[in-house]
Design a protein around this ligand. Structure first.
Ligand SMILES: [Fe+2]
Ligand SMILES: [Fe+2]
Length: 194
């Protein structure tokens, strides 16, 4: 039961991953951490110290790791896909709008997850976290589905292998520059990876 309030690492051999594999792993982590936030709010069969630890994991992920994935998409991927197709351009516009729309909801999540982490017995905070996490989970799922439906196939179909390799190196570099909580996807797997 307790083991459910944690996020496990990934399973693929780093040497075999391509760019879309790395991005897909980021999406797996986004889904798992927003679900962890919801569980930290709603599970009453778990000891308080584990709720606090789950809240700390959620806080660290959304503070340190998710911004790296957003930067991957906006700084490394979007500039290379722009102009290649009108459908992809529309999806990129929507992606960037959605990233902006997520920001206040993530701020709200961070505020309430810190409160629950400090005092898991505070039922008002837990109810607030449940609401914020459920709302964010819906938004994020729509967002991830858009990227997976249009942008991930575009990366594989429209970017050369060489470009994809360059982007993978940028992703890893971004994590090397951003400290131990953001260890690169594909060079090691930790729950904090973006
Ligand atoms: Fe995104
Ligand atoms: Fe994404």
């Amino acid at each position: 039961m307790c083991a459910m309030l944690t996020v496990l690492g990934n399973r693929r051999n780093p040497g075999e991953q391509d760019l879309v594999d790395l991005l897909s792993e980021c999406h797996d982590r986004i889904r798992r951490f927003v679900a962890l936030a919801r569980e930290a709010a709603t599970r009453h069969d778990v000891p308080a110290d584990q709720i606090s630890r789950a809240c700390a994991d959620v806080e660290r992920y959304f503070t340190a790791a998710l911004p790296l994935h957003v930067a991957d998409e906006e700084e490394s991927i979007a500039p290379r896909l722009r102009g290649l197709s009108s459908e992809v351009d529309r999806a990129l516009d929507k992606m960037e709008d959605q990233h902006q729309g997520h920001a206040p909801k993530i701020e709200a999540l961070l505020g309430v997850v810190a409160e629950v982490g400090r005092d898991p017995s505070d039922q008002d905070s837990r109810r607030a976290l449940a609401g914020v996490a459920a709302d964010l989970e819906v938004d994020l799922e729509q967002h991830l589905a858009l990227e997976e439906a249009i942008l991930f196939p575009a990366v594989r179909d429209m970017l050369s292998r060489e470009t994809q390799t360059q982007v993978m190196e940028e992703l890893r570099q971004r994590r090397r520059q951003n400290g131990p909580h953001a260890v690169a996807t594909g060079t090691g797997t930790r729950s904090e990876s973006a």
